[in-house]
Design a protein around this ligand. Structure first.
Ligand SMILES: Cc1cc2nc3c(=O)[nH]c(=O)nc-3n(C[C@H](O)[C@H](O)[C@H](O)COP(=O)(O)OP(=O)(O)OC[C@H]3O[C@@H](n4cnc5c(N)ncnc54)[C@H](O)[C@@H]3O)c2cc1C
Length: 432
């Protein structure tokens, strides 16, 4: 390799430096909007890939391979001369010094755009975080896939009936889109795939239990679609329990607030999110869920050179925690950074809500788009099309299309591999 290729090109001095934290939906879109503009951009993420979180549940349920839903950031930004990318963990934001403390050393900025997303909210309950799985990162999804498949292998070798059942019980806490999608996908995995893989196990005793503390699933959806979701999950064999609040999870037992217990080796916590811990450096008065209050122009209430967008920001309580909000905010914030540099007035963010959707299973989804409700096959086809188009990269679109077509026609899940030791230390490693 020649010396020229080894030399790192640093942001050009003399140009305003915009540092973006997070190459998720918001951060990446903001970087793209600033491409070719008269600023230098430094995008920072702890991972070298952009993750398509809406399909994480498919990796967790062995429907898609991890590389189908992640794409290298460098490949996305190739050719953008004013955009630089660093893989680093940002630890702290020092606003008075306009500096970030990171795993690769301090990084200064003129403008800062934070789109660092959120993390699972265990509501300060340490035991919940130790004993439950979550679904936020690619590693979480791979951990879950490995764990669930390992549980079925363990069930085969288990002599004691109650223990064997607990290996075959998956409890999902939280009846929002992630909980619903996971429950439907695990029910189908059990029904169509595991029954064939484990003919010697009594899979009629596989339990997929969805616990929701409120009185309906998908609370943000119109009432008819919530009812449809409930009926479809019951039809798939999911044990849906509404008004069922969890008090704790310990040693393979879910303790309900009513005092009832459920034995389960797999408990997935999909019941709440909170802003990432960078919010400390951004506000003294975080809003509910550690979100950072911002002005309608998306900058901090007390700092016009720091913009916060996406799941971490609270611009309006009506805006849902969804990718389109982060993307639209990114366009507005990037535009406002350029306006600010050029001395122009800043524009106000208004979310254009096109709707929302959730998939329940094969040929079953619910969607509300521009005020019209869709369900069943129609909603599922819309969901498929939108997710294929939305994925980044031709290769990813192709892999997903092939995997889905294969799953559809064969009822199989090609990715049911146990590729590493499961996360939990309660589950002994499989015998070699
Ligand atoms: C399982 C799941 C399913 C979802 N399904 C849907 C759906 O179907 N439709 C929909 O619209 N939305 C969905 N969402 C929500 C959607 O993914 C988020 O609203 C969106 O990702 C928010 O974008 P963001 O830019 O704020 O954060 P993210 O996209 O989460 O990006 C944050 C980035 O910041 C990086 N980062 C965080 N902290 C640091 C740090 N300290 N140092 C360095 N890097 C850091 C992370 O690695 C990440 O790349 C889903 C979310 C999940 C978890």
């Amino acid at each position: 390799m020649g010396k020229m290729e080894e030399k790192l090109r640093e942001p050009r001095p003399g140009k305003p430096l915009v540092v973006i934290i997070g190459a998720g939906f918001g951060g990446l879109e903001a970087a793209k909007c600033l491409k070719g503009k008269d600023v230098e951009v430094l995008l920072i993420d702890r991972n070298n890939y952009h993750l398509f979180q809406p399909l994480l549940y498919q990796v967790a349920t062995a429907g898609l391979e991890p590389n189908a839903i992640a794409y290298p950031v460098r490949a996305i930004l190739r050719g953008a001369k004013n955009i630089h990318f660093r893989v680093a963990e940002v630890y702290r934001i020092d606003r008075p010094k306009k500096t970030l403390s990171t795993s690769i050393g301090p990084i200064g900025y003129d403008y800062l755009l934070v789109s660092a997303g959120n993390r699972t909210n265990f509501f300060g309950n340490q035991k919940l975080s130790e004993n439950c799985f979550e679904l936020k990162s690619l590693n979480d999804a791979i951990d879950l896939r490995n764990h669930v498949l390992t549980c079925f292998e363990k069930a085969l070798a288990e002599k004691e009936l109650e223990k064997r059942r607990s290996y075959k019980t998956i409890v999902i806490v939280g009846g929002g889109p992630t909980g619903v999608e996971l429950a439907g996908a695990y029910a189908e995995l059990a029904r169509h795939v595991l029954t064939k893989d484990f003919p010697m196990l009594d899979l009629s005793q596989v339990s997929i239990i969805l616990l929701e503390s409120g009185n309906s699933l998908l609370a943000a959806f119109p009432e008819t679609l919530r009812g449809e979701t409930f009926s479809k999950l019951i039809e798939l064999g999911v044990d849906v329990r509404l008004n069922s609040a969890v008090a704790g999870v310990e040693n393979g037992t879910v303790l309900m607030k009513t005092g009832e217990t459920i034995k389960a080796e797999t408990v997935i916590w999909a019941a709440g999110v909170q802003g990432v811990n960078l919010s400390d450096g951004l506000t003294d008065k975080p809003a509910k869920g550690s979100r950072v209050p911002v002005t309608p122009q998306l900058h901090l209430l007390d700092g016009k050179n720091v913009f916060v967008i996406g799941d971490l920001a609270l611009a309006s309580p009506d805006d849902p925690l969804m990718a389109p909000v982060a993307i639209q905010q990114a366009r507005c914030a990037a535009n406002n950074i350029m306006n600010s540099i050029q001395g122009k007035s800043l524009v106000i963010f208004r979310y254009k809500n096109r709707g929302m959707m959730a998939t329940i299973g094969r040929k079953a989804a619910v969607a509300t788009i521009y005020g019209s409700n869709f369900r069943g096959l129609m909603a599922w086809l819309i969901w498929l099309l939108i997710h294929i188009l939305w994925l980044i990269g031709f290769r990813n679109k192709l892999i997903v299309l092939i995997d889905w077509a294969y799953n559809y026609f064969t009822y199989e899940r090609g990715v049911r591999l146990i590729t590493r030791k499961p996360k939990t230390n309660r589950l002994p490693e499989l015998e070699r």
